[in-house]
Design a protein. Structure first.
Ligand SMILES: Cc1ncc(COP(=O)(O)O)c(C=O)c1O
Length: 393
């Protein structure tokens, strides 16, 4: 067995597809420490700089004092403590849905929710660039899978026509993201809603990279486009702009009650620590506050600055005009992406290369992300460094 994996690892290395952990010796922030060296971090999803925020830390510490560290059981046995329910009430109010349910991660939310909604007798239509958690959830459900080209409404329409023709009684679930994790562009939400209504399908929207960044009170793309009520299943994660960890589903009371009864990643997993729920609640409160609005405006300013001065050469065309915190600098070749990441690290910037299978083969990239925690000079210094590296020696 050892030999088998050693050979496979060697094969990964030969294709520049091997992965390694890097040890961060500090809290998250616009700067982090690696091997005693401070690096400016342009790879985090902590878009609002909340991961090490005093308010969230205080909320977590107070919850540890009152509730301890572990939960001892799953939510349905004895693991539901007051912070879990307080967080779910706050999410319900913030997202203006009837109910909310938290999972231990966004990945767990997708993996539990999709198989609870569809089975082998149903059809799932998935955007080609959907996150691995959505793909895995869809596969686990056993439903017939139809992948449509990225944001291609016409192809989705023909898939829906096919489903209604070939499988008239089947439940059809359309799954997409509001802001795509590796490209930073947005789904054509209004068109998707028109289709889902016309064909009587359900729509699940993963707002992982939109909440905290887009929409009133950072509620995401559905709220920004005033169509929240048309999205049947609103998924998100607490681990990105909300600075903590955990996933959630917001929707109708019936949906949430169904998930409590059927989502296996919720039922068969120990409840998340109450301190994390309390910190996430502080993050939701922050987002809905005037200070939260200011922080979001600051993030928009930082995004605009990056947009204005980052050389266009490496940028994916999809990104232009999209306005998210994600700037995909597509290099193509895996080894070249690793080399660029290493050269930037030499210059004092942390942006690990993203390679297959996270993105397609030959579409390796640096996924540059901007945070409200970045100072202007940090963004300017980064753009200067990448410009310098683009110049032939
Ligand atoms: C689009 C998308 N959905 C879901 C997830 C999973 O969320 P979590 O990190 O909370 O498991 C991620 C995180 O990488 C993501 O980018």
């Amino acid at each position: 067995m050892e030999e088998l994996f050693a050979e496979e690892l060697e094969a990964l290395r030969a294709r520049s597809l091997d992965r390694h952990l890097r040890e961060i010796g500090s809290a998250q922030g616009s700067e982090v420490e690696i091997a005693g060296r401070r690096l400016i971090n342009f790879s985090s999803n902590d878009y609002l700089g909340l991961a090490n925020d005093r308010r969230l830390r205080d909320a977590a510490t107070a919850a540890i004092d009152d509730f301890g560290v572990g939960t001892g059981a799953s939510r349905l046995i004895t693991g539901t403590q007051s912070p879990h329910l307080a967080l779910e009430r706050a999410l319900t109010e913030w997202k203006r849905t009837e109910a909310a349910l938290c999972f231990s991660s966004g990945y767990a939310a997708a993996l539990g929710t999709i198989p609870a909604l569809v089975t082998k007798n149903d059809v799932v239509m998935l955007d080609k660039l959907c996150h691995a958690s959505l793909i895995d959830g869809a596969k686990l459900s056993g439903a017939v899978l139809r992948v449509f080209p990225h944001n291609h409404v016409g192809k989705l329409e023909s898939h829906l026509e096919w489903a209604r023709r070939e499988h008239p009684g089947m439940r059809v679930l359309i799954i997409t993201e509001s802001v795509f994790s590796m490209d930073g562009d947005r789904a054509p939400l209004r068109e998707l809603i028109e289709l889902k209504k016309r064909f009587g399908a359900l729509l699940m929207l993963d707002e992982a990279h939109a909440v905290g960044v887009i929409g009133p009170n950072g509620r995401g793309l559905a709220a920004a486009e005033n169509v929240s009520e048309e999205v049947d299943i609103q998924m998100g994660t607490l681990s990105k702009a909300l600075g903590t960890s955990g996933g959630y589903i917001c929707g109708s009371r019936t949906l949430i009650e169904w998930l409590i009864n059927r989502a296996r990643s919720f039922i068969y997993s120990t409840a998340p620590p109450p301190a994390i729920a309390a910190a996430a609640l502080a993050a939701v409160d922050f987002l809905a506050s005037p200070e939260g609005e200011e922080r979001r405006l600051l993030l928009s300013e930082r995004i605009r600055l990056m947009e204005g001065i980052l050389p266009r050469a490496g940028l994916n065309e999809e990104q232009s005009g999209a306005r998210s915190a994600i700037f995909p600098w597509v290099v193509g070749d895996e080894e070249a992406a690793l080399n660029l990441a290493a050269a930037l690290q030499n210059e004092g910037f942390l942006i690990p290369a993203i390679r297959y299978p996270t993105v397609a083969k030959g579409a390796a990239r640096l996924r540059i992300t901007v945070s409200a925690a970045h100072e202007e000079p940090q963004i300017r210094a980064f753009c200067k460094a990448i410009r310098k590296l683009m110049k032939p020696e």
